[in-house]
Write a protein that binds this ligand. Structure first.
Ligand code: ADP
Ligand code: RBF
Ligand code: MG
Length: 402
């Protein structure tokens, strides 16, 4: 008989990053910079976004001054831009799954700390808009002498969590942060930013949740890369498992999108035998940036036809390696005609899995059929079936151009 090996080392505390991990700050950064740069005749193209994630405000400002050739100093840029950011903090949304994770760990008494490169006041202000967060963890900001990627902040956090710092072995390789004990592992760090390439080699446990799309390659040294906090499985790390999954589905706060059905790549029916009634992502860029890519399900309303069960993928379809995000709902009903241009309303009520790549077309198709079965069954459960009657699905379509 073969004994199953424990999948991961056991952890006893969790250290979390703030920006990008618990808070959806990337959207705010591009909002502020797109408006701000116009003043200097420049256009924010998002290219610097990857360079500035995880940096201190000063480092990020220096990158912007340099990359955009601004005629002002880094200090001046900071002075001008800091008040604009401060105004936005009350509107920063929690990342999907952040509240759930914090509540879960708190309810199970797992010690948590927050480690961020921002100042302590900034952290405090940002998290004060999220009920119950401040009381849930100790937090560490730029009071340390050297900011991340120096390990100092994590050591401070470990100390605060009463994890014996003398037993911590500190390694610094390629400016990365490693906290290990001599024999056993002490903490699990969840981050969304680059800077963990030496983590695995040195025995640190790091989960990366890249906050910018298609960034997985930057995190190859992390112990695990997950698409969003919705995919975190604490039991892999010896922590209590989430108990809110039901029959292979995770209930989510419903969200709604709708619009005319547009032409896609023309391969849903032809290549996969699975037609998907694509919606325009342009009209929904804001709401899409709030939700992780992945496979979801819910209810679909077609104004003149009715309300149907629906399973959908949102994202880049890794198998086809699309460069643009698509919204691809498969209505679980046999129609005998196309309905391009018709107004399609979606109520998205649950999550199934992240998008994945597959070794063959057959395995992709088999997985999508499995998703279909999961969705069909789940939508019979009262907590999902009740949204079938959501007025949004039947409301009259918005006036469309032509
Ligand atoms: P495209 O790449 O243009 O989206 P697909 O091959 O994915 O083409 O086919 C999608 C089209 O098929 C939809 O726009 C819709 O008009 C039609 N269709 C027919 N049955 C369904 C269904 N059950 N779910 C979704 N779309 C369907
Ligand atoms: N494409 C992928 O590359 N990976 C996936 O994991 C994936 N999952 C899907 C799940 C569902 C329920 C549906 C309807 C589609 C999924 N697709 C996935 C998208 C598929 O590639 C897409 O519908 C076709 O490319 C048609 O445009
Ligand atoms: Mg399609």
């Amino acid at each position: 008989m073969s004994m199953a090996k424990p999948f991961r080392k056991l952890v006893s505390c969790v250290i979390l990053d703030l920006d990008g991990t618990l808070l959806n700050t990337d959207g705010i950064v591009s909002d502020v910079l797109s408006v701000f740069l116009v003043k200097y005749g420049k256009q924010w193209d998002g290219k610097a976004a990857q360079k500035i994630v995880g940096r201190t405000p000063y480092e990020a400002a220096a990158v912007i001054v340099e990359d955009y050739g601004l005629p002002i100093s880094t200090d001046e840029l900071l002075a001008q831009i800091t008040p604009i950011f401060s105004e936005k903090w009350c509107n920063i949304k929690a990342q999907p799954g952040a509240r759930r994770l914090i509540n879960h760990l708190r309810c199970h008494g797992v010690p948590m700390a927050l480690a961020s490169n921002s100042s302590k006041e900034n952290i405090e202000t940002k998290i004060s808009y999220h009920q119950g967060w401040k009381e849930s963890f100790s937090f560490y900001g730029d009071q340390v002498t050297s900011p991340k990627p120096s390990p100092e902040i994590y050591l401070e956090a470990a100390k605060g969590l009463k994890v014996d710092p003398s037993s911590c072995l500190l390694l610094k390789i390629h400016s990365n942060v490693i906290i290990t004990t001599a024999n056993s592992y002490v903490g699990l760090i969840i981050i969304s930013r680059p800077g963990v390439t030496a983590g695995k080699a040195a025995g640190m446990e790091v989960i990366a949740v890249p906050s910018l799309p298609k960034q997985t390659h930057i995190f190859t040294s992390a112990d695990e890369v997950i698409n969003s906090l919705l995919d975190l499985q604490p039991e892999k790390w010896g922590l209590p498992a989430f108990e809110d999954w039901i029959e292979g589905t995770l209930p989510i706060e419903p969200w709604y999108i709708g619009g005319p059905v547009i032409k896609g790549f023309g391969r849903g029916s032809k290549v996969l035998g699975i037609p998907t009634a694509n919606l325009s992502t342009e009209d929904y860029s804001a709401i899409l940036s709030e939700h992780p890519s992945g496979v979801y399900f819910g209810w679909a309303g077609l104004a003149t036809r009715g309300v149907y069960k629906m399973v959908m993928s949102i994202g880049w379809n890794p198998y086809f390696n699309n460069t643009e995000k698509t919204i691809e709902p498969w209505l679980l009903h046999d129609f005998n005609e196309d309905f391009y241009g018709e107004d399609l309303r979606l109520a998205i009520v649950g999550y199934i899995r992240p998008e994945a790549n597959f070794p063959s077309l057959e395995s992709l198709v088999a997985k999508i059929h499995e998703d279909r079965e999961i969705a069909e069954r789940a939508l019979e459960l009262p907590q999902y079936s009740k949204y079938r009657d959501d007025p949004y699905l039947n409301s009259s379509p918005l006036q469309q151009g032509s």
